[in-house]
Design a binder for this molecule. Structure first.
Ligand code: ADP
Length: 464
């Protein structure tokens, strides 16, 4: 059965509290009954001892026992729920209150039966008798028989007292139940409210309202961290949406300009407006080359997006591969008068298990960027390191650097820093995304440290 968290909590707490209060009420009432019973039994014993003592004292006082005094003791005993019978040493009956006060005795026994039924509805009681010897100077003068309704007899007062206590226990139980119900409602509401709010906002975010945020503060740590996670998720989704839009704009911009240029030139040539010259043809060619490079780049990007499943790991020497890449670039660096240095730890074993083509691609992209974004007189340095778990490749340049806010974005697909300094430098914002895809496929890490105007350092960590 589907239920809101609030009502589920209320139901659960209520079951728990009702069970707890019932157990407490039941056990306290059982404990009380036990104590009260032993008190009643004690009282009953004392009463019997008192009657026997009174009769014994009568026998001690005079040889011929005074019948009137005995009768008085019998009447008093009847008031306490006891029927007095006395027999002398010849076993002749001296007095029997149930004969003398037959009606009163019967009434008393009926009342005792009724009170016992109230105290213990399921207990089968019966008329019982106890015999006690009357001793005078060590000699037995007869015996006292006390009749009562047993096993224990309760006076009317006892029953009233019992009822009052049981009623009070029940009332306390009900009051506790009411108070705890209020607490239950309050806490269930307090706990479920932020969760409902969070799920409502999460749904809004899921429906594309990325500007929605949860401003609520909860005293529950888990709810607070859930709120933070959802707000962060919304923030990231919003950033991704903006980025995707920007990427699409970049892509169309990159393609639109050369296509327009090619179309207008060809139309002009067809209409005879433009003369077909070698110069125009080579300009058309270079525009088409630009489009072709972009398409190739996007193809490569799409390919590396699924790189993880096709990655082909083999063991190879990272030093040799890096050295070959550096050698391939050395002439280009020299042409631009940029110093290219290579540093590696000759002591450590630079054999790694990775995809050679992938690592070559990463190095090529990073070197090509270092070349593009550095200028005459700058310096580029490639460093290879290896620790226990990973191989580290660093490509450091003293070029134009990247602004702090841009540093996270440059790894996004088709993202280019749209600043005037970079505007005229050829590129599509694909190289670093390819690097990231390859490094991710190796469960590695790619990061950048950079300062505007001072240079950038790209660090790659590949688990070995
Ligand atoms: P692009 O083809 O534009 O170079 P990349 O994905 O390789 O595409 O790089 C993304 C952006 O990161 C570039 O537009 C550039 O602004 C910045 N960038 C990359 N490498 C460097 C670097 N070494 N120095 C300064 N900026 C860099």
């Amino acid at each position: 059965m589907k239920m809101t968290l609030k009502y589920k909590l209320i139901l659960l707490y209520t079951i728990l509290v009702v069970a707890l209060i019932s157990i407490i009420t039941f056990t306290s009432s059982a404990v009380f009954m036990k104590i009260f019973n032993s008190y009643v039994e004690n009282k009953q014993e004392k009463e019997m001892e008192r009657v026997v003592k009174q009769v014994t004292e009568l026998y001690e006082k005079e040889e011929d026992v005074n019948y009137d005094d005995l009768y008085k003791i019998g009447v008093n005993a009847l008031d306490s729920g006891l029927i007095l019978m006395v027999n002398n040493d010849h076993d002749n009956r001296v007095i029997c209150m149930s004969d003398i006060l037959k009606n009163e005795s019967e009434k008393m026994l009926n009342q005792m039966e009724a009170t016992l039924k109230v105290a213990y509805p399921h207990l089968e009681g019966s008329y019982q008798e106890d015999h006690h010897a009357i001793k005078n100077d060590g000699e037995e003068e007869g015996y006292v028989t006390l009749g009562y309704y047993g096993p224990v007899y309760y006076t009317e007062f006892d029953v009233l007292f019992l009822k009052a206590v049981k009623g009070s226990i029940l009332k306390i139980g009900i009051v506790f139940l009411l108070i705890s119900s209020l607490f239950i409602y309050y806490f269930a509401d307090k706990l479920s409210k932020p969760i409902s709010k969070v799920s409502k906002v999460a749904l809004d975010i899921g429906q594309g309202k990325y500007n929605e945020r949860i401003t609520l503060q909860s005293s529950t740590t888990e709810i607070n961290s859930l709120i933070q996670s959802i707000n962060l998720l919304a923030e990231n989704l919003k950033a991704e949406k903006i980025l995707k839009k920007q990427m699409a704009q970049n892509y169309t911009h990159e393609i639109r300009t050369p296509i327009t240029c090619v179309l207008t030139t060809i139309e002009g040539m067809q209409d005879g407006v433009f003369e077909i010259t070698n110069e125009r043809l080579s300009s058309l060619y270079s525009e088409m080359l630009h489009i072709s490079k972009l398409v190739q780049g996007v193809d490569k990007l799409i390919e590396t997006n699924n790189y993880k499943s096709t990655v082909n790991k083999i063991e190879f020497d990272l030093y040799s591969v890096t050295k070959t890449c550096i050698d391939n670039f050395s002439a280009l660096f020299e042409n631009k008068n940029i110093k290219l240095a290579f540093e590696y730890d000759s002591e450590s074993d630079l054999n790694i298990n990775a995809d050679v083509e992938g690592i070559k691609s990463v190095l090529t992209n990073l070197l090509s960027n270092a070349l593009k974004y550095s200028d005459d007189g700058d310096k580029v340095e490639v460093v290879l390191l290896k620790n226990n778990n990973e191989a580290i490749i660093k490509v450091k340049d003293s070029g134009i650097g990247i602004e702090k806010e841009e540093q996270n974005l440059i790894f996004e697909q088709l993202y280019r820093v749209e600043k005037s300094r970079v505007k005229d430098i050829d590129g599509f914002g694909i190289g670093l995304s390819i690097c990231k895809n390859i490094v991710d496929a190796h469960n590695g890490e790619i990061s950048v440290k950079s300062e505007l105007g001072k240079g950038s350092e790209f660090i790659i960590k590949i688990p070995v």
